[in-house]
Write a protein that binds this ligand. Structure first.
Ligand SMILES: [Zn+2]
Ligand SMILES: [Zn+2]
Length: 165
């Protein structure tokens, strides 16, 4: 592992009450162009780093969890700073509590995590130009098709742990 990839990924909210650390690199980074993400960010897309919940440590403060409707109809739980209300990560029904979607824009060094895939490009805002070398799909994809082997192994461990519960 390179020195850069082994360095933790620290981040936090705007008022600095909430500080967190991703202890390793994420499983995969989604750039989502769906209308729901556009509305929630007030921008053209959301940038989320998927990572095992146990690899995210709260360094300072506590998060307030807000139940929010989602595209799937099953909802997502968005963790926000209780003071400035900036969202730092969310959990979706599909991945349950075991997987967090960390908002890349809240990292101190967001440049370290560019998208691994662009999803829901069917509703991409037309002025957004996608880079030619990053996979892009109109809706969603299967992890086995795009994730690197080490991320797939981590995913298998998560699914095995869930099956045991
Ligand atoms: Zn805050
Ligand atoms: Zn989305």
């Amino acid at each position: 592992m390179s020195a850069s990839a082994s360095r933790p990924y620290d981040g936090g909210c705007t008022c600095s009450q909430v500080r967190y650390r991703m202890t390793t690199k994420p499983l995969f980074v989604h750039c989502c162009h769906c209308r729901w993400c556009q509305r929630e960010t007030g921008a053209a897309f959301a940038l989320n780093a998927m990572i095992e919940a146990e690899r995210v440590e709260l360094l300072q403060g506590a998060v307030q969890v807000v139940d929010t409707p989602s595209n799937s109809g099953k909802g997502q739980r968005i963790s926000r700073c209780p003071k400035c209300h900036v969202a730092v990560w969310s959990n979706y029904a599909g991945g349950g509590d075991a997987v967090r979607f960390v908002r890349v824009g809240t990292l101190d060094e967001p440049d370290r995590l560019p998208p691994d895939v662009h999803i829901f490009t069917a509703s991409k805002q037309p002025w957004v130009m996608l880079p030619p070398n990053t996979p892009a799909v109109e809706e969603y994809y299967k992890a086995v098709e795009l994730w690197p082997p080490d991320s797939l192994a981590r995913r298998a461990a998560l699914l095995a742990a869930r099956a045991k519960r």
